[in-house]
Design a protein around this ligand. Sequence first.
Ligand code: B1N
Length: 797
Amino acid sequence: MTVHDKIALTADDLQGDISRHLKLSIGKDASHASLHDWRMALSLALRDRVVEPWFASTRKTYDGKHKRVYYLSMEFLIGRLIEDVTINLQVEDMAVEAMKALGQDYYEVVKEEPDAALGNGGLGRLAACFMDSLATLAIPAYGYGIRYEHGLFEQHFENGQQTETAEGWLAQSHVWEFERPEVAYKIHFGGYVSEENGKANWNPSETVLASAYDTPVVGWQAKWANTLRLWAAKPIKLFDLESFNRGDYVGANAPERLARTISRVLYPDDTTTEGKELRLKQEYFFTSASIKDLLRRHDYEGYDIRDLHDHVAIQLNDTHPAIAGPELIRLLVDKHDFSFDEAIDMARKCLGYTNHTLLPEALEKWPADLFARILPRHYRIIEIIQDRHIAATGSDIRIIEHGNVKMGELAFIMAHSVNGVSALHSDLVKETVFHDLNAAYPNRILNQTNGITPRRWLYSCNPALRGLITDTIGTGWESDLERLTDLNAHLDDASFQEAYRAAKSTNKDRLAAWLQERSDVTLDTSAMFDIQIKRIHEYKRQHLNILETIALWNDIRDNPNGNWTPRVKIFGGKAAPGYALAKSIIRLINDVAATINNDPITREFLQVVYPENYNVSMAEILIPASDLSEQISTAGKEASGTGNMKLSLNGSPTIGTLDGANVEIREHVGAENFFLFGLTAAEATEKRKDHGYSRRAIESSPKLSRVLGQIAGGVFSNGDHHRYSDILHNLYEHDYFLVSCDFDNYFAKQREVDAVYQDVTRWTRMAAANTAGMGWFSSDRTIRGYADDIWGAKSVE
Ligand code: B1N
């Protein structure tokens, strides 16, 4: 049976469905319909076809008594859904044809869809890729998160400086979701705990309702569909009539305002945490609702609460939902008569914890007084968890220490499995942050190297390369990505190489056209497209890249008739609104771009572009068009990276450090197809002990000294000598991220890149070898790892 039989669809059917939805669901006549109306109608017609596989999956899970995975995440960065669904249903051609028959351009309609930007970066996008793979592998699963009214802010540049405005994806209705007014839980905060007959009784001071919205997530070829259940906060009573009658019209709306702030906005901090009360409330809000929901399902299906672990695996995406442990214990003890030991034991059997970063500013901790005030019962439970942990292991690691509740320690102690997200990162997890807990609980720490879904990050975003791959090795690779190694037999084949270049050039043209339309910038598509796209952060070292760009500019100006390799340096990414140094780096990139792009001497060799508001949809255009992938973080700081995987898979060799998953990418694509530079993690640690290292490194590098002198001299700031004193001061005085120490090595490696790029055959081989070698990085492989090693969950055949 083909996927089309399964979902009973022809282009005619689809056209009929779209027309019907336009009329009956949207209430518009075709002659008056806007692009937005057409998008709604198309989305609804597609959604209809997801419902059958979705119901069937739920039925099979129920009938087969299969274990379910619950993936708890503060962030799900899903992006657009129309293409995702057409591709998984394999109806793209049909959708194009149906829309054409209706006088519409499918691709224009697709572009009208706003990104669901319910995440900051890698952590949120990983959750979205995992949802795709769970559905593709037919593993029964729920994603649980928050239905933020405002996703990640929109970024604008004003005079090169980042400004932010609120994002408003929910201003329009989100057609993919189903509201579930009947699925709602009361979530409590504050108050005090009393005791009655030896039983604790939490008397909260504040209560909101968590109300469910479900989006079906359909897997490859519609074999299976799971649910992404997002919680919206609502008031338990909509309106305070008493206040209203007293004439207090503002006060009458207070319950609503209070409740809605909880799911109002996504915190825009990537790899940092601010100990803010609202954030703690958000975390408890969605975690508690999710735990209550899974317990209700367990009960509804008639299972014994004592068998919970046979039916439920809960994965904590970082520590943000770490309150899941205490919450589950609370419910088992206070509502289901478990003893504390039994409850702790049960919770541990159900819970797994994924660590995503070692950066100290990201390790969540809450002031104990704040925590105890918001969650008094949980605070007490955490003390008990801590006591039992110390008694059982003799460890001197505490969860509550120096007036803080440390969520990493809590998550570690409460989980049966703790994993890092790349081989290097998992080793560092054992050696550093969780060194002592690793000794107390040997073998608890595992590795599960991240992955990406090839459906979105190759098949969907890169039709040109998709076509070539299928022509060369046949189909099947979409859900068995390691089959890409079959491409290895063709790497030296001239006609394959030519077709590979043609695909890349199609994608570069597409990017150029997009940029022209968007910001009237013209790109030289014969130049190397050198791309760094990710959040702006000192550890990711966008400043290393822009400093190297200035040094290259200097060299070209010194010798304009040299054999230069034309390059376009492309940056994309947002800075957290409160991260001043990251914002300075953005401004510097934009200032340097303005100077370099206006230099007639270097114009044919060097261009710098930085399109504003980088997001998932932009990534889908940039990644397939990239020639060179910049993965230049200070070794030991990037837990994994996933953009590195997307770029390499799409035929863009990496210039990078031995950091995160770069290490494994290099092993898979071959060292000869990877441009390695920089200190290793161990060398970086050593270097930092070497007092005054940055000043010495700068002084011994004529190129870097010159560049920093130019910045200080106001070359890129209209003579303003102070504009970048923060960056300069940082580089000279601290340079914790070792930009100065890696600079010369990076510059030299870039010149090697230049030389190889001029050898077209060699470069094409290298790019294609990257595609061929990246199959292992499918998130299908990652999810199999979690399912086997952590969840004990199985694919439903
Ligand atoms: O998680 C990604 C990794 O590929 C990246 O290397 C890593 O930096 C990223 C607090 C985070 N780690 N920590 C966060 C995000 C939001 C927040 O509020 C921390 N993100 C990562 C996937 O494993």
